[in-house]
Design a protein. Sequence first.
Length: 98
Amino acid sequence: MGDSVGLITDGRFSGGSYGRVVGHVAPEAAVGGTIALVKEGDIITIDANARLLRLEVSDEEIAKRRVDWKAPEPRYTKGILAKYAKLVSSSSLCAVTD
């Protein structure tokens, strides 16, 4: 499906990806970025030439989804992964841990 489907993620992916891919979307879903508001069946426009990534949903619907959004519970509450999740910055800031 690489010729007809795009991959959009706020994470990272391997160099073996095929087709249109958009990574490091910020702000991330975990902090309530627009990527967290995408639902099954939504249309997303990817225009690489215009450097555009747009969720084709009305502003009113996005506002409603944002009000209903709740931060996910941490997957890890102790150990190194919990520490990392608590301290890491956005991928737009190089995901550093200060």
